[in-house]
Design a protein around this ligand. Structure first.
Ligand code: ADP
Ligand code: ZN
Length: 727
């Protein structure tokens, strides 16, 4: 017997299988999808079995598989199909696709460690006569206590038992020690909350229920606070009742702790979670639970879309517009596409939920490709907040740079009423650039062509792109004068401003810097929920998923940050962000208000936020996309040509453009090369070619060819992004 094995090296030129002989002793156990150790060159490496063969025809010497890494683990048929789909849709190497499906501990790779966690438990040896034993040891109270306890509890964790008495009992062969695997996360069900669905929720629920067993996609378009989560919960309950499993994706687990709690409350140990906030060991355990069929639902972020649940009954993607569902590095997959693939595979519905669907999804719903289900009202007495747009150019005339007068007044009002406030500023750090007023020197990243952000808490200057870090000196490094300016408002500086101007208020800051420690995010949310703080300052982290009944004022400090990014999706992203953060206000019976500060008050995005009209935004933006030939009217592909030498990279980029123009179908548009948004990144220059197309049967082949042409070069490489989230 022979096996085709794909090995751990993810290089484009090694993207093929190698044949190995399966030793006789392994033939009974081995199966397709298993992880094996094989000789390769002078080393032993890891790989996956992709095919088993009875006969091979080759002139090369065939070596033997050394071992099967774990006879209980293999990639099932569906995962192998998903890997093929990943290669096909993102043009990545096969081994990269396979590795992407798995958490770190299961990947095929060199370092070996055992992630399983065991506990030793103590039990009475079977068939011992307890009465006799008790008589024998009655003079030893330590030993007697253990026996009495074991009589009651059957099994006790070794850590909880007195060491020397236990040792004697083990030596006398009265008790035994047993190693058992223990999962790191163990949740139990809470008290069930009884909720009656609102009429709208009931209609949505019934519609989707009617499609269980069919591969159909729904767009659940529900305004903020309309209770989408409860609809998900009821759907999943129903699916589990039928003996099937469910998969729920959320954009970022840290931002959705409240959702996770809801699901633990309802389903307890039936839930596995998968996200980057877990330790490797926790991920390993959660994955094992899924693989062993011990859980029936998974809640997780992007990569949880690969969770090997069998018999899937429903897939739900919450906040479907979130850019986190697209992976930015290879393989550049879109979790929604994988979800659609799995929905077809399992004949189960896929639900995409959002208050601000992507234009692509809404357009598909309009065309009838997806079925639209709408929730148009907030639950209970809550009404949508009143929005005010403030022109910051006017405020600047009055020397108000940070907070407009109206926002200042409203903050005072809420503080007096003991209500809570959220302030959104989508820039972390203290100042986004530091320059010298004497000589004009500006701190810049030596590896990238952008300014460094100053973080006052640790006196660091940091590149938010490549992570380059340096300490800030007191004097200008160029002219040695004490004349450094801190420009561009960041969350740290806003926090300082609030302390100074509202000394009576308790201010909490939530951004990447205050939430790096495990559990920090949950703690901040809990503290704010328990009203230990009056004002929550934060980056887009504060815009999603949170539900604080006492928040009646939301202030957006600078709505232009995302609007000014030169990207075809910047208007859409800004609308989503503003709508989303506005939705945090007035979620209970207290009426909410939103103040948006901007230098572009006449921009149509602001107008649509003001009118609270997704439809108005959608119609306007669709017209623009149509005239500029952007999605959803055209598909996009970004081809980056990257290299260390500016001139050489540009020359190659021009060659790639020429080749593309020649080879693709004549209705396909090839633009560029232009410099990428950040031209120099990590000491490499990046030129971008943009392809816009509707149908082009040849295109993927042409791109694969280009990829191959450059695979063996070490001066310039090609980076292809199909349906990029930004361009
Ligand atoms: P969305 O995700 O659509 O913004 P949520 O699912 O967070 O909204 O729901 C908003 C609030 O309304 C939550 O506190 C939720 O518990 C509550 N809620 C939703 N549906 C119901 C219902 N049918 N009965 C009572 N409360 C509900
Ligand atoms: Zn940098």
């Amino acid at each position: 017997m022979y096996a085709k094995v794909i090995i751990e090296y993810a290089t484009k030129e090694l993207d093929k299988t190698f044949i190995y002989h399966v030793p006789l002793a392994m033939q009974e156990i081995i199966r397709v999808g298993m992880k094996v150790k094989v000789p390769f060159g002078h080393k032993s490496i890891y790989g996956f079995v992709l095919e088993l063969l009875n006969d091979v025809n080759t002139e090369y010497e065939i070596k033997e598989i050394e071992s099967i890494v774990d006879p209980d683990f293999f990639l099932n048929a569906e995962l192998l199909k998903i890997a093929d789909y990943l290669c096909e849709s993102t043009l990545c190497p096969k081994i990269t696709a396979l590795q992407t499906l798995l958490p770190s501990s299961f990947k095929a790779k060199g370092q070996k460690s055992n992630y399983n966690y065991y506990e030793t438990i103590i039990k009475l040896k079977p068939q011992v006569d307890v009465t006799t034993i008790k008589e024998q040891i009655k003079r030893y109270p330590g030993q007697l206590a253990i026996i009495l306890k074991l009589e009651k509890e059957k099994a006790i964790n070794q850590k909880l038992i007195n060491g020397s008495s236990l040792k004697t009992l083990l030596n006398k062969n009265i008790v035994i020690a047993e190693k058992v695997q223990k999962y790191r996360i163990n949740k139990t069900r809470g008290e069930k909350v009884k909720r009656k669905l609102t009429d709208e929720q009931e209609v949505a629920f019934q519609k989707i229920m009617g499609s269980l067993g069919q591969a159909k996609t729904f767009l659940l378009y529900g305004i903020t606070g309309s209770g989408k989560t409860i609809v998900y919960l009821e759907l999943i309950k129903e699916v589990l009742k039928r003996g099937q499993t469910a998969l729920l994706l959320v954009p970022e687990i840290l931002l959705t702790t409240q959702i996770i709690q809801t699901f633990y409350q309802e389903f307890g140990s039936q839930v596995a979670i998968l996200h980057s906030g877990l330790s490797e060991g926790e991920k390993h355990d959660e994955y094992l639970k899924i693989q062993r069929g011990e859980v029936s639902m998974v809640v997780g972020t992007r990569s949880a879309i690969f969770a090997p649940l069998n018999n899937l009954g429903i897939i739900i993607i919450d906040e479907e517009h979130s850019s986190t569902y697209k992976q930015d590095n290879t393989p550049k997959y879109q979790a929604k596409d994988i979800a659609s693939f799995r929905s077809t595979y399992h004949h189960c519905p896929l639900v995409l939920g959002s208050a601000t669907p992507t234009l692509e999804s809404k357009a598909r719903a309009d065309k009838g490709v997806f079925e639209l289900v709408a929730l148009t009202k907030r639950v209970g007495d809550a009404i949508l907040p009143k929005v005010t747009i403030v022109d910051m150019a006017e405020e600047m005339k009055n020397k108000e740079r940070v907070l407009s007068r109206v926002l200042q007044a409203k903050i005072k009002d809420r503080l007096a009423k003991k209500e809570q406030i959220i302030l959104l500023l989508n820039r972390r750090g203290y100042a986004t650039f530091v320059n010298c007023s004497n000589c004009g020197y500006t701190y810049k990243c030596p590896n990238c062509d952008i300014t460094l952000t100053y973080h006052a808490s640790n006196n660091n200057l940091i590149c938010h792109y490549c992570g380059y870090l340096t300490k800030k000196e007191k004097l200008c490094p160029n002219c040695h004068e004490e004349a450094l300016n801190y420009l561009g408002l960041g969350t740290e500086k806003l926090e300082e401003y609030m302390h100074k101007n509202f000394p009576e208020a308790q201010v909490l800051r939530m951004d990447q810097d205050t939430t790096t420690k495990k559990g920090a995010h949950e703690r901040l949310i809990r503290d704010f929920q328990e009203e230990k703080y009056d004002i929550l300052i934060g980056t887009q982290m504060v815009s999603k998923g949170l539900n604080f009944p006492k928040v009646t004022l939301v202030g957006v400090i600078n709505a232009d940050t995302s609007l000014n990014i030169p990207d075809f999706r910047s208007s859409e992203n800004t609308f989503q962000l503003l709508n989303q953060v506005a939705g945090r206000s007035g979620r209970s019976n207290l009426p909410g208000e939103v103040i948006i500060q901007t230098f572009n008050p006449d921009n149509y995005v602001m107008d649509c936020v003001l009118k609270n009209s997704y439809d108005a935004f959608y119609n306007q933006e669709m017209r623009i996309r149509h005239s500029l030939k952007y999605p959803p009217y055209y598909y996009l592909i970004g081809v980056k040509v990257v290299g260390k030498d500016y001139a050489k990279t540009l020359t190659e980029a021009k060659k790639v453009k020429e080749y593309l123009t020649k080879e693709v179908s004549k209705d396909t548009i090839v633009l560029g090369p232009t410099t990428a948004l950040i031209l120099k990144f990590n000491n490499e220059y990046r030129f971008q070619i943009i392809i816009k197309y509707k149908f082009d049967a040849k295109l993927k082949m042409v791109l694969k060819d280009i990829d191959k042409m450059y695979a063996l070069r070490n001066d310039v490489y090609i980076d292809i992004d199909i349906n990029p989230s930004r361009i």
